[in-house]
Design a protein around this ligand. Structure first.
Ligand SMILES: Cc1ncc(C[n+]2csc(CCO)c2C)c(N)n1
Length: 242
């Protein structure tokens, strides 16, 4: 980490010429695939089977716990207290606010939030988590690049759906869409993009390439996470013999 990266502007707007703008352009097809996935389409038209929604909630709660641990890795890699404040505030947001979309989904499924929790991670959720945790053993830049598709895909899709469909409170997933399309929009994603842009400026070509690969893999995992919920993915490939 060079001293220049500690001067990263916190809270500025990401520039269109920056590293993350390039990531967004080069991997735009993955954002479209994310958008087109039948699970997200079901969140748009409100037709999702309850068991798919519940599978998602159980796995996603574990995913958020792992995301919090990644903030812990970020805290350990933080060059100064401004960075620590960033991870501290970001962790508080997940702990205090990000359970809301899960509550919306549990209400839809008619199941108490506590009863939707699971112990065991499905293969895709486990693989995504392992990928993020491994990025945290590389560098702050690679870690944050791996963490970026998470808010970027959700807030992008949220803002797009709110603008295109203008759903009202009668929509069964209104609170979910409103959370990612409004409350978590911009702020979370733009702040992270500014940080990744600053770190990429200081990184050498090899580290920038690892940042891009980490970002791309996380985009794929975001799509696979929908697929995991859609197919009720679990470890056994076939039912146990009787
Ligand atoms: C698989 C998966 N990907 C993204 C999110 C959304 N999300 C989770 S943590 C975070 C960062 C901001 O607090 C955001 C936007 C999710 N819930 N599950």
């Amino acid at each position: 980490m060079t001293s220049a990266s500690t001067e990263t502007t916190f809270g500025a707007e990401p520039g269109e010429a920056g590293f993350t703008a390039g990531l967004g352009k080069r991997h735009a097809h993955l954002f479209e695939e994310f958008w087109e996935h039948p699970f997200l389409a079901g969140l748009r038209d409100g037709t999702l089977a309850k068991e798919k929604v519940l599978h998602y909630v159980g796995q996603d709660n574990q995913y958020l716990t792992a995301y919090l641990r990644c903030y812990g890795l970020g805290m350990a890699l933080s060059p100064d207290r401004r960075w620590m404040r960033h991870f501290h505030d970001s962790a508080a947001f997940i702990l205090d606010d990000e359970t809301h979309p899960h509550h919306v989904m549990c209400d839809y499924a008619g199941v108490a939030y506590e009863d939707a929790q699971v112990e065991r991670l499905a293969p895709t959720a486990q693989a995504y988590i392992n990928h993020m945790m491994a990025a945290g053993r590389d560098s702050l830049g690679v870690l944050l690049a791996a963490l970026l598709p998470c808010p970027w895909t959700y807030t992008w899709a949220g803002a797009r759906f709110l603008a295109e469909a203008r759903p009202g409170p009668e929509h069964p997933f209104y609170g979910w869409w409103e959370f990612y399309g409004t409350r978590a929009t911009g702020g979370v994603t733009d702040r992270l993009r500014v940080l990744v842009d600053g770190l990429a400026e200081d990184a050498g070509a090899a580290e920038r390439a690892r940042m891009e690969r980490a970002f791309e893999d996380s985009c794929h995992y975001e799509i696979r996470f929908w697929e995991m919920a859609w197919t009720l993915e679990d470890w056994p490939l076939r039912p146990r013999p009787a």
